[in-house]
Design a protein around this ligand. Structure first.
Ligand code: DGL
Length: 262
């Protein structure tokens, strides 16, 4: 048993979609969430810079006593998790686009993946695609511009909708029946996407799988909390606190949020 908090970081507010899944499955665990919004988007940065930012976030969470770290960012996972696992002596949970379940269920044998440039160009994404997508056509699309719009709270804006129309077109023309959301910011676009996609196209993301994996690793490592009380949560951002709070919705009243310069 270990009552230290779980650390979670993302390039910004997107990883709150993962935090919600973790909190739903592990309600007694304390958590500390870092939103590195000042340096978003990570997806357009070189690998070296993504690794440097991931180290900075990890060290901050370790200094706060975290027992395990969830890298709630596909871009940071695919570019930096190998380095983090080699460098620090705690478990790391990562997130990658859910190619495998989409490929297994696709009837049209054609799957779309919307993710950042950093994720789609990573060697980890390529090895996952090769091992899970046998015989399936994968239509990759960089979601350039979407993360800054989401970070600005412009989810339902005409700019966001117009980018999505452009990005979905080649996938729909190719006949996808699954759309994989390969960025933790994108689950916040689901209501907009559902209005745009034909009903036969299913949207899939990795949030629930990450929560299950977090629970399994905590349990296997003897790190689950012994507390029976609701967990305490701290959310830290280095940008606009109100934007972060808007992504927490109803939770924001029961959660401590802070601005910190990091
Ligand atoms: N949430 C990050 C991800 O899952 C966004 C990356 C970015 O900042 O570009 O990839």
């Amino acid at each position: 048993m270990d009552n230290h908090p779980i650390g979670i970081f993302d390039s910004g507010v997107g990883g709150t979609s993962i935090w919600k899944e973790i909190n739903a499955l592990l309600p007694n665990e304390d958590t500390i969430y870092l939103a590195d919004s000042r340096h978003a988007p990570y997806g357009e940065k070189p690998t070296k810079e993504i690794v440097r930012l991931s180290i900075k976030n990890t060290e901050l969470l370790l200094a706060k006593g975290c027992k395990l770290i969830v890298v709630a960012c596909n871009t940071a996972t695919t570019n930096a998790i190998d380095y983090l696992r080699k460098s620090y002596n705690i478990p790391f949970i990562g997130i990658e686009p859910a190619i495998k379940p989409a490929a297994l269920q696709s009837q049209s044998k054609t799957v779309g993946v919307l993710a950042t440039k950093g994720t789609l160009s990573s060697s980890l994404f390529h090895s996952t695609t090769v091992s899970h997508a046998n015989g399936i056509k994968i239509i990759e699309q960089v979601g350039k511009g979407l993360v800054p719009l989401i970070e600005a709270g412009k989810i339902n804006s005409p700019e966001t909708k117009s980018l999505l129309v452009t990005y979905l077109k080649p996938m729909l023309d190719a006949g996808i029946d699954f759309l994989v959301l390969g960025c933790t910011h994108y689950p916040y676009l689901i209501p907009v996407l559902e209005d745009m996609l034909p009903t036969n196209v299913k949207i899939i993301d990795s949030g629930e799988a990450v929560a299950r994996q977090t629970k399994a690793v905590l349990s296997k490592s003897g790190l689950l909390t012994s507390s029976n009380e609701k967990g305490k949560h701290q959310f830290i951002t280095n940008a606009d606190l109100r934007i972060l709070e808007s992504f927490l919705g109803d939770y924001s009243t029961s959660i401590k949020t802070d601005y910190q310069d990091f």
